[in-house]
Design a protein around this ligand. Structure first.
Ligand code: TMP
Length: 206
């Protein structure tokens, strides 16, 4: 099932999704749009941030369950995506289940993340930011905290997994529109591509 008010941004670390979401937030200022991200800022997400920083070590499988639990709260919890989209509020999310299918598949295989995420609703549009992991890693090199997945070999595998996952969704005819973005382009250019795609959606028509 796809949800027409729901838009997701995906890509490996350093692909620039957060920069684009920040630009969109500015553009849509004053409009009733729910900007959100995963891991969430709920308790489940706060726990995951500690895992990502390496402060808490968990098994790869546990991480897959934790990301799915955080997502479950995000979608079905109070003030979550299902409730808001149900009231025709647009929801724009930085990362969603595709992150689990890509990242968690590297360490625990494809089966577990696929099983844990098979029943979540799909967005109307998924922007998939494609970029060479070497360029992506260079962009995030100066950050003070390096997260557990921010390593070249891991991101290379994750980028390949993302390609595979979205190609499989292309064939599934779910109704989800997958828009691939060349994330090596200039930020202003990417912003134009995204805005022109979003304007076609009834929820963003002015
Ligand atoms: P970000 O906040 O900079 O996007 O970082 C979140 C990190 O969490 C990023 O490395 C991807 C990872 N992640 C997963 O591994 N699985 C998931 O389901 C989600 C939502 C994120």
């Amino acid at each position: 099932m796809t949800v027409s008010e729901f838009v997701v941004f995906e890509g490996i670390d350093g692909s620039g999704t957060s920069t684009q979401i920040a630009a969109l937030k500015k553009r849509l200022e004053g409009k009733k749009v729910f900007f959100t991200c995963e891991p969430t800022d709920r308790e489940t997400g706060k726990f995951l941030r500690k895992v990502l920083k390496g402060e808490i070590a968990v098994a790869a499988q546990t991480a897959a369950y934790l990301f799915a639990a955080d997502r479950c709260e995000h979608v079905y919890g109070k003030g979550g995506i299902a409730e808001r989209c149900g009231k025709k509020e647009a929801c724009i999310c930085d990362r969603y289940l595709f992150s689990s299918l890509a990242y968690q598949s590297i360490e625990c295989g494809e089966k577990l993340p696929a099983k844990l995420n098979e029943d979540f609703p799909l967005p109307q549009t998924a922007f998939y930011f494609r970029i060479d992991p070497k360029i992506a890693l260079k962009r995030i090199q100066n950050r003070s905290v390096v997260e557990i997945y921010e390593k070249l070999d891991f991101l290379q595998k994750t980028a390949a997994a993302y390609d595979k996952i979205f190609a499989a969704f292309d064939k599934k005819n779910t109704g989800m529109n997958i828009i691939r973005i060349d994330a090596s382009l200039d930020a202003a250019e990417i912003e134009k591509i995204i805005w022109s795609a979003l304007q076609k959606l009834p929820i963003f028509e002015s």
